[in-house]
Design a protein around this ligand. Structure first.
Ligand SMILES: [Zn+2]
Ligand SMILES: [Zn+2]
Length: 424
């Protein structure tokens, strides 16, 4: 087996994994830049170059929610896992929930809990941003029972948490003052409940191995509408304070409830947010409602509970080991295609093997490039007397007729090579 390539970027340990204090990917990204003593902009550019992804070169990382539900979050997690050698970085995002939560509505935020930052610093740890602070409905820190804040206590400015070329989590990007020095007010009870639900949900993320899909949402909605409102979705909508067309959209048009809506459902059903989002309602007993099957019941399509799909990672690792031994190296993307798995998941869940595959592929490409260059040089040398003998100029147009197209396409700097041969 190939030896594991050394990681390109420092293998920083993500903080607070498996707790409500889990670090956000945005925070991890900023700390990584600090650890390499480069600006966040430079690190973003470097990552994009390394992964050679089809992405705009002027990509503004601050405009994206790196820690959210979107495809961008999953890609950044996979890229950083590939480059640091630290797997499972998608646990610092909410991207595992993309099948049940809409991508919008979790806009990048600028809030923090000063007490959390202060405790980090006093304990001699690097202060970091919590994933829960990035979640739209969260307005409080459950641990410190206080409101999150968004204004620097020193310069009074907002948008100073991570907006800047150099971001050291915990310090104002405008004036450099420590953001853990301010005070914050006591939180409202409802905000504390929301914070606790979200922190519990985040703490349980590492246990979420089953693959959720749109069927999970429908099953959950069916169970709750039947259990709480006897199958009447109009009553259910009213209970949540939503227009019935919204709930109809979830049931019939593939719409996904917002996190606020899931929180409302959890509150009404006496369930945790974690269970509602996972669709873990098997032993839920609604209380205080009688079953009345109304005319709307036929709207609740196929309420059969399906077992969520689960990847067998031991078997997948076996397959990856086999692919690593193929005589002709393949890319991680190709391995993903052959196994029917998003190649980002290979970097996130089988990091060592994915990186070994990637390294083998890179070396293969490099050696193929060198071979092509040798071939091109030989073909050009052979073509030179023919072209010059016929009294034609030795340039790219002429060379094209005599050198094979794949070789031409694979050699960078053909002009330079032509000049080199001519001068010889
Ligand atoms: Zn706190
Ligand atoms: Zn400031």
């Amino acid at each position: 087996m190939n030896t594991l390539p050394r990681s390109v970027l420092h293998a920083l340990d993500p903080k607070g994994v498996g707790t409500g204090q889990t670090e956000s990917l945005l925070s991890y990204f900023c700390r990584l830049a600090v650890s390499h003593a480069v600006s966040t902009t430079d690190l973003a550019r470097f990552v994009v170059q390394q992964v050679d992804h089809d992405i705009r070169r002027d990509f503004e990382w601050q405009q994206r929610n790196l820690s959210g539900v979107s495809e961008a979050a999953r890609s950044w997690a996979a890229w950083l896992s590939a480059l640091t050698g630290v797997g499972h970085l998608d646990g610092l995002t909410l991207s595992k929930w993309s099948a049940v939560l809409p991508p919008r509505g979790l806009a990048p935020r600028n809030h923090w809990c000063p007490h959390c930052l202060r405790e980090d610093k006093e304990a001699g740890r690097s202060p970091y941003f919590r994933l829960s602070w990035e979640v739209g409905p969260v307005k409080a820190c459950h641990q410190h029972k206080s409101k999150l804040v968004d204004t620097c206590p020193h310069c009074g400015q907002r948008h100073v948490r991570h907006h800047g070329g150099v971001v050291v989590p915990g310090w104002c990007t405008r004036c450099g003052g420590f953001l853990g020095e301010g005070e914050s007010e006591a939180a409202e009870p409802h905000d504390l409940w929301v914070a606790r639900q979200v922190e519990d949900w985040i703490a349980n993320q590492p246990n979420q191995m089953a693959v959720l899909d749109a069927g999970t949402v429908l099953t959950t909605l069916n169970t709750l509408i039947v259990g709480l409102d006897g199958g009447q979705y109009t009553r259910f909508a009213k209970r949540l304070g939503l227009a019935k067309s919204v709930v109809h959209g979830w049931l019939r048009k593939g719409g996904l409830p917002s996190l606020d809506a899931y929180l409302a459902m959890a509150g009404h059903a006496g369930l945790s947010l974690n269970r509602v989002l996972r669709g873990d309602l098997a032993d839920w007993e609604p209380h205080g409602t009688e079953m009345q099957l109304g005319i709307e019941f036929d709207l609740l399509a196929g309420g059969k509970r399906e077992t969520p799909r689960q990847h067998d990672w031991a078997a997948i690792r076996g397959e990856l080991e086999r692919l690593l031994k193929l005589p002709e190296p393949i890319s991680v993307a190709e391995a993903g295609r052959r196994l029917g798995i998003d190649d980002r998941h290979l970097y996130l869940r089988a990091n060592d093997l994915a990186r070994a595959l990637g390294e083998r592929w890179k070396q293969y490409l490099a050696s193929r490039k060198a071979e092509n260059l040798t071939l091109a040089r030989a073909q050009l040398r052979a073509a030179l007397p023919t072209i010059v003998g016929a009294g034609r100029p030795f340039n790219l147009t002429e060379v094209r007729q005599l050198v094979s197209a794949p070789i031409l396409a694979s050699v960078e700097g053909m002009f330079g090579l032509i000049r080199e041969i001519r001068e010889e």
